[in-house]
Design a protein around this ligand. Structure first.
Ligand code: 3PG
Length: 312
């Protein structure tokens, strides 16, 4: 009688693996498309504050329409939920706009190489600001992460300080986003991955809009838009739509998969996502890359795998 039970367990495990595989493949594919269109838009229309705002706006509209038409069920939220979401949304907004500013200044691959250093920020913040300690192998895994990112940055052909700092600020902000969202999940109403990300987009949109207007503003946007349309043609609008919609979709899928997997599996998936983006963007944008630069990226990425193992 034990044989059918074990077959059932095997089938369940296989189905779960398949489901996670599908989530991951979708997440990476959507992310690659977002990164390509985002950079194409930024090359012709260098207004990262507006494009970041539009990404959040697209997500908010998609979700409001989905709720209104009952394609998705609207979440039940309370004041406590929005209060605990606020710091998460603030960190999400900062991390998002900083990464987009970075990508407007440097190659997409370079931004993502620096962003592969996020685990190092996570350990340093947890250690020095939260007083959490880690086993020695975790600290040791930071050496290749930090060393690899530093090597890549030092040998980057088109290094730009704003681009570098943007990616670093994004890393720091996303570490806080993760810490705040973990804390928030203990309090208030619980909301599933898709709706949690929808609420996060809406609150972030409210936070970001006044800053985008203050930093760039409608006058610059209007001139920039005309330039972009005269350079690219009327299809430019579809590039903007693509970058905005795909930003929402990849994040939505990643938050949905968070419900299904451990944070460890998630962070391995995230690192593999960066590899797909780095490789795809180097090919598509024909980014010049020195071997030493690629070596730095490979060391940093191997470090994030070692970190995942050490954390386990
Ligand atoms: C953004 O614009 O928010 C960043 O590109 C997102 O970075 P991620 O790859 O960590 O989601």
């Amino acid at each position: 009688p034990s044989i059918p039970i074990s077959i059932e367990i095997d089938q369940e495990a296989a189905a779960q693996k398949l489901k996670i595989g599908v989530y991951f493949a979708t997440w990476w594919a959507l992310n690659v498309v977002f990164n390509i269109y985002n950079k194409k838009v930024l090359n012709a229309f260098p207004f990262p504050w507006l494009t970041s705002t539009l990404s959040l706006a697209a997500g908010s509209v998609i979700m409001l329409v989905s709720w209104a038409t009952r394609i998705a069920e609207a979440p039940e939220t309370d004041v406590q939920f929005w209060k605990t979401l606020f710091p998460v949304a603030l960190a999400h907004t900062i991390g998002h706009v900083a990464a987009t500013v970075s990508m407007s200044k440097v190659a997409v691959s370079f931004t993502h190489i620096i962003k592969s250093g996020e685990p190092a920020f996570s350990v340093l913040v947890s250690r020095f600001l939260m007083g959490e300690t880690f086993p020695m192998p975790v600290y040791l895994s930071l050496l290749p992460i930090i060393g690899g990112c530093a090597l890549s940055a030092a040998t980057e052909l088109n290094f730009n300080l704003t681009g570098f700092m943007g990616a670093m600020v994004s890393n720091l902000a996303f570490v806080f986003r993760n810490i705040f969202s973990k804390r928030g999940m203990m309090k208030g109403k619980s909301v599933g991955g898709m709706n949690y990300y929808a609420c996060l987009s809406m609150l972030s949109l409210l936070i970001l809009t006044p800053f985008a207007i203050a930093v760039e503003g409608p006058q610059l946007w209007a001139v920039g838009w005309q330039n972009a349309v005269s350079q690219i043609g009327p299809n430019f609008i579809w590039w903007v739509v693509a970058q905005s919609v795909f930003y929402h979709l990849y994040n939505q899928v990643s938050y949905m998969s968070l419900n299904e997997i451990s944070p460890l599996t998630f962070s391995i998936g995230n690192t593999m996502k960066r590899i797909s983006v780095i490789v795809a963007s180097i090919i598509i944008f024909q980014t010049p890359l020195q071997p030493i630069n690629a070596l730095g990226a490979a060391i940093a990425i191997s470090g994030t795998f070692l970190y995942s193992q050490a954390k386990q």
